[in-house]
Design a protein around this ligand. Sequence first.
Ligand SMILES: Cc1cc2nc3c(=O)[nH]c(=O)nc-3n(C[C@H](O)[C@H](O)[C@H](O)COP(=O)(O)OP(=O)(O)OC[C@H]3O[C@@H](n4cnc5c(N)ncnc54)[C@H](O)[C@@H]3O)c2cc1C
Length: 496
Amino acid sequence: MTHAETRTAAVIGAGFGGLALAIRLQSAGIATTIVEGREKPGGRAYAWERDGFTFDAGPTVITDPDCLRELWALSGRDLADDVTLLPVMPFYRLNWPDGTMFDYSNDEPRLRAEIAKLNPGDVAGYARFLDYAAGVYREGYEKLGAVAFLDFAAMIRAAPALARYQAWRSVYSMVSSFVQDAHLRQALSFHTLLVGGNPMTTSAIYALIHKLEKAGGVWFAKGGTHALVRGMVKHFERLGGTIRLGDPAVEIETGGDRASGVRTRSGWYQAFDAVASNADIMHSYRDLLGSSARGRSVSRRLARKAFSPSLFLVHFGVKGTWPGIPHHMILFGPRYDGLLTDIYRRGVLPADFSLYLHHPTVTDPSLAPEGCSTFYALAPVPHLGKAPLDWEQLQQSYADRILDEVERRLMPGLRERIVTRFHYTPADFAHDLNAHLGSAFSLEPLLTQSAWFRTHNRDDRIRNLYFVGAGTHPGAGIPGVVGSAKATAALMLEDM
Ligand SMILES: Cc1cc2nc3c(=O)[nH]c(=O)nc-3n(C[C@H](O)[C@H](O)[C@H](O)COP(=O)(O)OP(=O)(O)OC[C@H]3O[C@@H](n4cnc5c(N)ncnc54)[C@H](O)[C@@H]3O)c2cc1C
């Protein structure tokens, strides 16, 4: 292809979705420029270095590594040349206030023994649940997870499978039809929280996450999740792509039904044959396309949608090592349904909490100074639209309560051992990532906001404007946004 024939594309945002899309486009010979607002790529998967500790900002559970390997295989390369993925076992340890512990993994004999400890009668029910999860995985992830839903006909074609798997039921209700034990019902349904969904209302289709984990395992990138981000950037640049950091887009220029270029805060402007946004969908339509009628009308519609809750994180580096604490733990609180209703519907910051505890140094000690450990504890909290709280003022005491809970239940003497600590609040999601209402996962993954009902991977009017990432089909989570990149790239390559 001569230079004159080279097609060009801009990708706004270097989250997992934006990076995966840019790699696909560049691999296909499209001269691609990523425009990222922050000085480091990664989006939700940002990272900080503090006092010798490395803190990943967000995703820590890497599932379906094949969807990432594919990004290297497109150009005949191997992910392993740039990133080392380490297996994590058990996948998670779950802990309840009554002292119950449950290790979840794909080690079948061990898992059956763990279930039998809770309730021997549920071993058979769990096997049936897995069959169900395998079915929805085939229909929902393998067949439909990486193809765009641009018209309602696509939705109608998917309807028989949705009906067969009772997609209108919630994950929790479906799990409860297979197993009786209350702990096990939580253990098999909490996964939707990882993509922003309330297990009590999110479609049972999301049970596919079980199959995803079981089939592909749970992994962690050596050096932290941000090492995977850096590996993606390295691969993209080696392919000839360009990445601009620290200069946010302020406008996607349009003319009629075409996007013509991207303008940034510094005044930089470039024309492109196609533009894709990986930035928050509300920010994209309301702010970046704000001068177009299309931007204004879609953002009005988006304002009526349900957005996922936010998260509060306390990052802490501590003296000492904790070999007994596995990489991923969930510390459930005394309530499940009630807590979720407070966060998702009532907009109440609850007095109790369910925590996810990340302990990466048990897998990769290089993430902390010698003899020290890195952790983060995360609590789901209402987004800023449901609870417009003053996080600046609240954060210290809320983090203290979380650390007290971790200390009491798991790490005696924790508070004296902390070397460094900082917090990440819903206000930070809104400020750093332009996340609408500070939502951590964009649109809530309700059935009525999924597939065709979610933001389309290509705009319906502006024919060379595309979207990728958590707010588009199929949704949040690394496999989700990497799948959205596959769907969006297929459209772009066909159109271009
Ligand atoms: C704390 C946390 C833990 C999580 N844990 C997991 C997990 O363990 N496993 C998992 O699979 N998923 C997890 N997730 C979900 C997953 O991280 C996200 O769904 C996914 O990373 C989102 O990717 P994205 O492509 O939508 O882009 P984002 O990560 O949202 O990135 C969008 C990018 O766009 C940039 N941007 C915004 N506005 C502009 C602008 N105007 N100009 C230029 N750039 C702009 C932002 O700076 C950002 O870099 C977690 C999420 C969070 C928050």
